[in-house]
Design a protein around this ligand. Structure first.
Ligand SMILES: Cc1ncc(COP(=O)(O)O)c(C=O)c1O
Length: 420
């Protein structure tokens, strides 16, 4: 293909808001002349070669641009290049789900005998996969509370190959200090992976904070419309190259049509996360004012134990809030039943405001049983994902829920009068 130089060489560089929109702005080479304004969608799993040496040469030079779709695909590649640009990464890869990205990346770097230190309260199925590697592949795993760097330091050993973080964490919204934990891990020769699903590249640049790999479930904020299942990793070219080789073997390549929807969704990522963060900040303060709320986590609330770190490493607070009531699960049920339009749903990060009660809805938590209990989520924890609807409508519906709970919970002054 006859190409002109990448728009990546424009000086001063284009801003993320621009890179997120133009498919060719982040491509390695832009086709000359009549290129499409929108990303092209090639519905093919195979490419023809002119002759044998030509096909072999093309594949050797462009393993990710088209030969057989499990190896790589041009529409998928445009999405990967955009993610690499937004993350400030040497390279990026897409997968058919976030778990495809996580499992393939772990398999790419871990060998029998390697040791992993992981934050204890991360996405339940990531815990399950690490436990599977520990049971079946000779990988040893320690789960620690990485909000306390001393616990990480104490757990690191000479054979520690990887520190696995997730920040903000799902569902508890723990904030982990990427920069100082990375310094610690690197001093011992360990790699650092960060699952950044709750923040994403517009909010948290994990690689510029030192991490080796930024992982996300692109099914969430990146795609943003609850219609795409995808996972992404971004990092240095050598590490991403190793993961690409493992992706060929494990096979969770992204379907080109899903990649096209992801490219479409990402165009509004900067706008969505700004709107979601503004509304989530307001809703967090609304929840904080309620006497019924006993536990509340939002990164940009000064009451969050990780507030200082969040302010340092996040540009915005993000769209996720988690909270619980005095009155536990029963109170949560009352809250949920009083809502008029905000639905319970299984996932997060989209244009829709939704909520989940992990204790009741997340079957994976049951499967990690004792470990889930070991980091003790407050009873009836609600994980609220703020969408892009009217802030007034969202606040009104949340208030319906709060009124229903407050009506059955004695106000603090009433407790004090009774000596409670
Ligand atoms: C933090 C986090 N990591 C990974 C995943 C897995 O992503 P997927 O559902 O796209 O496989 C999720 C999904 O909820 C998540 O919240």
């Amino acid at each position: 293909m006859d190409t002109i130089p990448s728009a990546r060489s424009i000086d001063p560089p284009l801003a993320p808001e621009t890179l997120a929109v133009h498919p060719w702005a982040t491509a390695a080479g832009r086709p000359r002349g009549h290129r499409t304004l929108n990303a092209p969608l090639f519905l093919t799993t195979q490419w023809e070669g002119g002759d044998l040496p030509e096909l072999a040469d093309h594949f050797a030079r462009n393993p990710d641009r088209g030969f057989y779709t499990r190896f790589g695909h041009p529409t998928v590649r445009l999405a990967e290049e955009r993610i690499a640009a937004l993350e400030g990464a040497g390279d990026a890869l897409l997968f058919s789900s976030g778990m495809g990205a996580i499992s393939t990346s772990l398999l790419a770097v871990l060998r029998a005998g390697d040791h992993v230190v992981a934050h204890q309260a991360i996405f339940a199925q990531t815990i399950q996969f690490l436990e599977h590697l520990s049971a079946s592949a000779g990988v040893r795993v320690n789960f620690v509370d990485a909000t306390d760097p001393r616990q990480v330091e104490a757990a690191i050993r000479p054979d520690t190959r990887l520190l696995y973080l997730e920040t903000p964490s799902n569902p508890g919204i723990d904030i982990l200090d990427i920069e100082s934990l990375t310094r610690l891990a690197h001093a011992h020769g360990a790699l650092v992976f960060v699952d950044t699903t709750f923040a994403g590249p517009m909010i948290q640049r994990s690689l510029s904070l030192g991490a080796d790999l930024a992982i996300q479930s692109a099914s969430k904020s990146l795609a943003g419309h609850a219609d795409v299942l995808a996972g992404a990793v971004a990092g240095g070219a050598a590490l991403v190259g190793d993961i690409r080789k493992m992706r060929v073997l494990t096979g969770p390549s992204l379907d080109p049509h899903a990649a096209w929807l992801l490219l479409r969704g990402m165009q509004t990522l900067p706008l969505r996360v700004r709107a979601q963060s503004e509304t989530a900040d307001a809703v967090a303060r609304q929840l904080e004012a309620s006497p019924a709320v006993s536990h509340l986590r939002y990164p940009f609330l000064p009451s969050h134990p990780g507030y200082e770190v969040a302010r340092r490493q996040m540009a915005l607070g993000g769209g996720m809030v988690s909270f619980a009531f005095r009155g536990g699960l029963e109170a949560t049920r009352r809250f949920v039943n009083a809502l008029r339009w905000i639905p319970l749903a299984s996932s997060l990060g989209s244009v829709y405001t939704t909520l989940e009660v992990p204790e009741e809805l997340d079957f994976a938590l049951e499967e990690i049983g004792d470990r889930a209990a070991s980091f003790a989520m407050p009873a009836g924890l609600v994980r609220l994902s703020i969408g892009v609807e009217s802030r007034d409508d969202i606040e009104r519906d949340i208030q319906r829920g709060l009124d229903a709970v407050e009506s059955i919970i004695p106000a603090p002054h009433a407790l004090a009068e009774r000596g409670g």
